[in-house]
Design a protein around this ligand. Structure first.
Ligand SMILES: C[S@@+](CC[C@H](N)C(=O)[O-])C[C@H]1O[C@@H](n2cnc3c(N)ncnc32)[C@H](O)[C@@H]1O
Length: 343
């Protein structure tokens, strides 16, 4: 076998290593139905052959080569699963047609198509979501903001209001709404997205995860679906993971992201603040007294954004939340009790 195979060589090697002579001097597939030991052998061969061809995305550390192979294997046998979910599923023996299917899926992954756009599944904080190229792929880094929001709900919001209203702006797959709805059934949640396709996917996930009683989905540009100052349209918590990559930076990021994920979800204009700026400007018009805005932002955007919010009289108590590398990746700011109008 070649050390660093091309995709064609890897495919040929795997196929060859699966073909063993039988007594009749014929060929058979090692991974015959019913033999779990052979499944493990096949897994080893596949992981080895695709180790240099399938990349582990830095922003999705859970997608080891083994996890990717397992997820695609699951897909090939008709049990779509995320990389995280597939790690705890047993390997079902493959028919020859399923093996061919698996090789085709590995080929797609090796060509740079995001894993979850192939499997149709992505896990976020324990939730197995349907994921398609209609929406941004939920990522582990967003846990910083979600954990900050959960501690606000427990420590600040629920003690003041036992039935809080939460707004999830730019919901994508609906991951944040579903997580909050399941953790805090006392919340009523509105999820919005400017993309009708993303909103439709969010609806699907909300139903799949049994959250339809708690979460309503609307389509629109940021706060456009709401009337400012109307109690019915005011929230105790506004959550948002907006696009925050500048158009220039977008040209330098991994093509796996820029060529596959929706531009609407990642492109944030010349300075990376097109949505973030409007979010900070308008959020105070849509919050209840003592309400909070919590949002994610990019590496390096934290200090400037915290300074900007601290100087804005409509906000008080501005807190930054860091990731493991000590980058501020989420900010939560309380809206001042006597907020003046739009700035
Ligand atoms: C980075 S993704 C976040 C998706 C999901 N909330 C998450 O955290 O994984 C940003 C989302 O905001 C949506 N979006 C972008 N601009 C918007 C706008 N002006 N109004 C509403 N949604 C917007 C995009 O369509 C996309 O679904």
């Amino acid at each position: 076998m070649v050390e660093n195979p091309t995709r064609d060589e890897a495919k040929r090697d795997v196929k060859n290593s699966l073909l063993l002579p039988t007594q009749e001097n014929d060929l058979q597939i090692v991974n015959c139905p019913g033999s779990s030991h052979d499944c493990e052998e096949l897994l080893k061969v596949l992981v080895q052959r695709y180790a240099s061809l399938i990349k582990v995305p830095p922003d999705k550390p859970e997608e080891s080569v083994e996890a990717a192979v397992r997820a695609l294997w699951s897909c090939a046998v008709g049990v779509p699963s995320s990389s995280v979910g597939a790690m705890s599923l047993p390997l079902s023996p493959l028919t020859e047609a399923q093996l061919d299917q698996l090789m085709a899926l590995l080929e797609r992954r090796a060509s740079g198509v995001p894993l979850c756009y192939i499997t149709g599944r992505q896990q976020f904080m324990g939730l197995e979501l349907r994921s398609t190229d209609a929406a941004f792929i939920p990522r582990k880094e967003t846990e910083v903001m979600v954990k900050a929001a959960c501690s606000l709900l427990v420590g600040e919001i629920l003690p003041r209001n036992s039935k809080p209203r939460v707004l999830d702006l730019g919901t994508g797959t609906g991951n944040l709404s579903c997580y909050v709805a399941r953790q805090f059934p006392e919340c009523t949640i509105i999820a919005t997205d400017i993309s009708p396709a993303a909103a439709q996917l969010a609806e699907e996930n909300i139903k799949r995860l049994g959250c339809e009683e708690k979460v309503k989905v609307l389509v629109g540009d940021l706060f456009a679906p709401f009337q400012a100052g109307d109690e019915q349209n005011s929230f105790d918590l506004i959550l948002c993971n907006p696009p925050y990559i500048s158009t220039t930076k977008l040209q330098q990021i991994d093509p796996e992201i820029s060529e596959h994920e929706p531009k609407l979800a990642i492109d944030a204009g010349p300075f990376g603040l097109a949505v973030l700026g409007r979010l900070m400007r308008d959020a105070p018009l849509y919050t209840r007294p003592g309400g909070w805005l919590a949002f994610e932002l990019g590496v390096g955007q934290g200090p400037g954004t915290m300074k900007r919010l601290s100087k804005d009289a409509r906000y008080q108590r501005v807190n930054g939340f860091m990731d493991d590398d000590k980058n501020v990746r989420a900010i939560a700011a309380q809206i001042s009790d006597n907020k003046p109008g739009v700035q």
